[in-house]
Design a protein around this ligand. Structure first.
Ligand SMILES: Nc1ncnc2c1ncn2[C@@H]1O[C@H](COP(=O)(O)OP(=O)(O)OP(=O)(O)O)[C@@H](O)[C@H]1O
Ligand SMILES: [Mg+2]
Length: 341
């Protein structure tokens, strides 16, 4: 399963960062002339994916679509490279922490992320999404229809400067579209229409971001994930959420934002991602001053001095709810049939 790429003249692998559902992530050096080196992340595609021609076509198409997304809140894609029979992405390396590890760390030490930082992170991610969602073709001016499809705490990284960045744009969407393929996206976060296997638009990302926002605020999941997968899927389709986890003293403006994001019908969500970003920013800046990347970076240093101060690595974080559920369409159709839908 572990696959170390070797492109000795162009990249030098430094270390394995993590292994995810689609492949492995490495820290690497991109080599240039006269000893020039640039730190990059390399994300490989597992052979089982690279061998499926339909998947590879979709994957390359999607990579081209998102190639020019350049925004500080999006992990930049530098290149798609061929290696042997497979492919790998060369990405901006984010020296930081995933939101999942960040919140998991809070949980382990019994702390809560302050509300204004939870909203700040979500607002920055919303700005990155708003940018991607609004991209148009340079030639025809037509909307590109970019949808992330897997907005979740694993795919949001915060760098050591306190800048939140969303990664893996478009990757889940290919998995969704591949003929005979899978419905990807972590079930805890998918919108009802996505769980039902319907065609989705940017509003599916808004829903997932709503679940992420609630997770940042509470440290808990709105969707009960301690159930058998088929039940989680049913609950996702029917938009069953455990709203009771939300704090009773949550400001009403925040409740309203969450309600809109988590609406069952996409038409009841925001019709424009930048309007969501604006509402989140208004919440944190209405008094005239609010959190910035410096506030977040300082908070990270104070919280995890071993990791973000000058020093060694912080404690390892156990990945307890990594329920990356990738279901094949047959399982979804079976579930539909059982429910007479
Ligand atoms: N560009 C990057 N720079 C630094 N670390 C990264 C980068 N991309 C991913 N990582 C790290 O690698 C981990 C795994 O990422 P990866 O996208 O492969 O898996 P995942 O997000 O857990 O699952 P999925 O395959 O569904 O996206 C991330 O949680 C993060 O810690
Ligand atoms: Mg990922």
């Amino acid at each position: 399963m572990r696959q170390i790429i070797e492109v000795p003249d162009r990249y030098r692998i430094v270390e394995l960062v993590a292994e995810g559902g689609m492949g492995a992530v490495y820290r690497a050096q991109k080599l240039g002339a006269a000893g020039f080196e640039k730190t990059v992340a390399i994300k490989t595609l597992l052979p089982k994916f690279s061998r499926d021609p339909a998947f590879v076509d979709g994957f390359i198409g999607e990579a081209k679509l998102v190639a020019n997304l350049i925004h500080e809140n999006i992990v930049q894609i530098y290149n798609l490279e061929r290696w042997g029979e497979g492919y790998f992405f060369v990405l901006e390396f984010v020296d930081g922490i995933s939101l999942y590890d960040f919140i998991e760390f809070h949980r382990r030490i019994g702390r809560m992320l302050p509300l204004n930082l939870a909203v700040f992170i979500t607002a920055r991610v919303a700005r990155g999404l708003a940018y991607a969602h609004s991209r148009r073709s340079a030639d025809s001016g037509e909307a590109l229809g970019i949808v992330h499809c897997d907005v979740c705490p694993h795919n949001i990284l915060i760098n050591s400067e306190g800048v939140p960045k969303i990664t893996d744009f478009g990757i889940a969407r290919v998995t969704n579209r591949a003929p005979g393929g899978k419905v990807a996206g972590k079930l805890a976060f998918v919108a009802p229409e996505q769980a039902r296997g319907e065609t989705v638009d940017f509003r599916a990302d808004l829903y997932s971001l709503g679940i992420v926002l609630a997770y940042l605020i509470t440290g808990r999941m709105l969707r009960n994930i301690k159930l058998p997968v088929t039940e989680i899927l049913e609950n996702a389709k029917r938009n069953v959420l455990e709203r009771g986890i939300l704090p009773a003293d949550l400001p009403p403006e925040m409740k309203t934002i969450l309600e809109r994001l988590l609406a069952t019908d996409p038409a009841d969500r925001y019709s424009d991602t930048s309007a969501l970003a604006r509402d989140l920013e208004y919440f944190i800046y209405k008094e005239g001053y609010g959190p910035t990347i410096v506030t977040l970076a300082n908070y990270m240093k104070e919280l995890m001095p071993g990791r973000f101060g000058a020093g060694s690595h912080g404690p390892e974080v156990v990945d307890e709810f990594d329920r990356t559920v990738v279901l094949d369409r047959t399982a979804i159709l079976d579930a539909k049939a059982q429910n007479g839908k």
